[in-house]
Design a protein around this ligand. Structure first.
Ligand code: ADP
Ligand code: MG
Length: 256
């Protein structure tokens, strides 16, 4: 399923009575099966874009479309995964993965079967009976991905899912997420402040301005190995793409 923003502006009320414009006139489209990242300064409205895609907020102006239909509220087409894994500490891993299926009324056996399948996809075999506190940060994020995939959404939204991890775990996890998502053929929108991560994982990168965020560049990443960031990482062009993003975000000027 494709995802599209058409001239989307989002304003929030503030305590002072003035309105805060989080994002302004945002336009982009993510085609079915594409992996697109959005990068931009802190506070430019990245999470707001994901929340509108998930139907948690309505745009003030413009339209958010999933499969060419306006998003009117939370729906089963979209799976949302955050930086914090939000696994329930009192449930073991398999019943955490089943959680979303349970609230959708899927029967016990079908639930367990789907959850076990995703456990395997996310390389967590043998950990089904463990509790979240018994797993490393990287494994917990894999369990959170398994829970997101278990409800079989057509679109996956990832809000900085690797930012709390150490560098090596991060690279391994980027690789395993990329593979799993490519195999499942999901349309994906990843929010990240890690420019290298955007280059390693994406078909395209949207660059957002300072708040109010708007799309200032839409860069096609013309490199192989989208499903294997560890391989893509060795290509010399990766540094060129990262430098291009660095420039667009005016990081040198900001450091001066
Ligand atoms: P980012 O994810 O890029 O860091 P956010 O989308 O979280 O940015 O926030 C963009 C701006 O909108 C920020 O100034 C933030 O304070 C504001 N904002 C986000 N959500 C709300 C809300 N529910 N109510 C009021 N202001 C909000
Ligand atoms: Mg955010």
């Amino acid at each position: 399923m494709a995802l599209e923003f058409r001239s989307v502006t989002k304003r929030f009320p503030t305590n002072s009575g003035e309105e805060l414009t989080a994002v302004k006139d945002v336009n982009f489209r993510v085609e079915e099966g594409e992996f697109v990242s959005a990068v931009g300064p802190s506070g430019c409205g990245k999470s707001t874009i994901l929340s509108m895609t998930a139907g948690l907020y309505q745009p003030t102006e413009g339209q958010v479309l999933v499969s060419d239909e306006p998003v009117t509220g939370p729906n089963t087409h979209v799976g949302f995964m955050l930086q914090k894994d939000l696994l329930l500490p009192w449930r073991n891993i398999i019943s955490n993965i089943e959680f979303g299926l349970e609230s959708r009324g899927v029967g016990k056996e079908a639930r367990r079967e789907r959850a076990m399948k995703e456990l395997k996809h996310c390389h967590l075999e043998g950990f089904d009976q463990q509790y979240p506190y018994q797993l490393s940060g990287g494994m917990r994020q894999r369990a959170a991905l398994a829970r997101t995939l278990a409800i079989d959404p057509e679109i996956i939204l990832l809000d900085e899912p690797f930012s709390a991890l150490d560098a090596q775990t991060k690279l391994l996890l980027q690789n395993s997420f990329a593979k799993t998502i490519a195999e499942a053929g999901k349309t994906t929108l990843l929010i990240t402040h890690d420019l290298a991560e955007a280059v390693l994982m994406s078909d395209r990168i949207l660059v957002l301005s300072e708040r109010p965020g708007t799309v200032i560049a839409d860069i096609k990443v013309d490199l192989p190995h989208r499903d294997e960031p560890i391989k893509r990482r060795t290509l010399p062009e990766v540094a060129d793409y990262a430098a291009q993003l660095f420039k667009l975000l005016k990081l040198e000027e900001k450091a001066a």
